[in-house]
Design a protein around this ligand. Sequence first.
Ligand SMILES: Cc1ncc(COP(=O)(O)O)c(C=O)c1O
Length: 401
Amino acid sequence: MDRWEPDPARARLGDRSLFPDLEAFAYLNHAAISPPSTEVRRAVDTLLADYARRGVAAFGGWRDQRERLRARLARLIGASPDDLAFVSSTTRSVVDVALCFPWKPSDRVLCLRGEFPTNVTPWQRAAETFDLELVFLDASDFATDAGLAKLDAELERGLTLVAVSAVQFQTGLRMPVEAIARRCRAAGAQVFVDAIQAVGAVPVDVRAWGVDYLGCGSHKWLMGLEGAGFVYVRPERAPELVPRVAGWLSHEEPLSFLFEGEGNLRYDRPIRADPTFLESGAINGAGFAALEASVALIEGIGADAIFAHVSRYHDALEPALVERGFDSERSPDPSRRSGILALRPPRDVDLPALWRALNGRGVACTIPDGRLRFAPHWPNALDEVPGVIEALDESLAEVRG
Ligand SMILES: Cc1ncc(COP(=O)(O)O)c(C=O)c1O
C-alpha cells in the first residue's frame, strides 16, 4: 500500500487554506454537499495511484484503512467499532434496516412530517411489504415539549419503531433524541436516527442517547464524498435482524474460496450476526479513504469546538437577517440548535431569486422547503460575516427591484 496517513493537525477553526479552489467567499452549504479538502484529495489520489500501479494487490491495504476509519467513526459517535457497518448512504442505512427488521404484521412505525424523505420512504415501503401501520407526528412539535407529549400518547397506543432525524434539514432543529429514546425504551419501542445533519457538526453519543440504529452519509458535516456512509446497530439488535439484504461478502469467511485453494466455494456458510453483514458486496474504497481524511480533521478539532464555532457564526449572522425582516427558525434553546441557521424570508422577497443573487455574489447557500439555509463548518471564518451581510443587502435590493 502506498503510505498514507491522515493528518488531523492540519485543520484549524476559521482557516480554509485546505480548500484553495473553493470559489464562493462564504461557503455555507455544508448541510448539502461539502467541498473536498486537500487532505481528502490526497487520500483519494493515493488510493487511485495505488490501484493504478498494483490493481487487486492494493485491496488489502485499503481494507485495513477502512478498519482504522471504523474505529475513528465509532469514537466520533460514542460506539464500539464492532457496532458499525459501512453502507453507501444514509438512505441505504434506512432501507437496509427497514428491510431486515424483524417485523410482525400490524407493527406500528412513527415517522415525522417535515423530515427529509430518506427517513420516510423506506418505512413506507416496509409498511407495504410487511403489512405495518405508519403513523405521523409533526417534527416541528419537537421545538417544544409538545412533541414529547404527543409521542407519549402514540407510545401508549403501541409503537414498534420511531424514525427521527437528529437534526431537521430545513429548520436546523436539533431533536431531543435522548428524551425520545428514553421514552421509547420504557415503552418497548426502538429508535432509528438519521444523523447526516448532525455528525461532524454537533456532539453525538449513541450510547448516552440509547438509540437502536443510527445511519449517516459522509458528504455533509463529515466533509467526505457522496457514496460512503455507515450505520450503527446497538449490539443486542444485530442478531435480531433478518439478513434479507445479505450478499456474497455477508457470509463468514467470504474470501476463503478466493485465497485458500479448492474446496472452499460454498453457499452454506452462515451469514454474520453482526452489522457487517450489511457490507454485502464490493465497497467504494475511494469514498472511505476520503472519509477517513475528513473525519481525522474533524477529530483534530473536536465536535464540541466545531459546534461552538458555528454557533458563533450564527450569532453574528442571525441578528442582521432578523433586522431585515427574516423570521429565524433557530431555537432559543442552545440544546436544540445545530450547524444549520434557517430563516423564512419577508413576504415581498422571491426566495429562489434571492438565492440566485446570493450565490452570484459568492455566498453559497440553499433554500430547502421555503427557508434560506446557512450551514457553515470549521473552515468558515467569522470575519466572512460582514461580507455575507453586504451581499445580502445587495441581493435584497436586486430582487426587490
Ligand atoms: C436529514 C437528511 N437525511 C438524508 C439525506 C440524504 O442522505 P443520503 O444521500 O446519504 O442518503 C439528507 C440530505 O441530502 C438529509 O438532509
